[in-house]
Design a protein around this ligand. Structure first.
Ligand SMILES: [Zn+2]
Length: 70
């Protein structure tokens, strides 16, 4: 029997490179789907190595870019 780790979520957590918030990326958690697949593709700045952003920063970046195009 493995040691108990409180009541933690069993899914692996990713850390947002922008705000440092912990969040779950379905892709990194080994799932077939993720919330990010419902979002428009957002080309990340080079250097992040394709790191996933948390939903909050993701949506903020999208709204910033779309408002700039409008
Ligand atoms: Zn974030």
């Amino acid at each position: 029997m493995a040691e108990t780790i409180g009541h933690d979520d069993p899914l692996p957590k990713s850390v947002c490179p922008i705000c440092g918030r912990h969040f779950v990326c379905g892709m990194e958690a080994g799932q077939e789907e993720c919330w990010c697949m419902e979002r428009p593709v957002l080309p990340l700045e080079a250097g992040e190595g394709g790191a996933c952003l948390c939903p909050e920063c993701f949506d903020r970046l999208i709204s910033e870019r779309t408002s700039r195009e409008a």
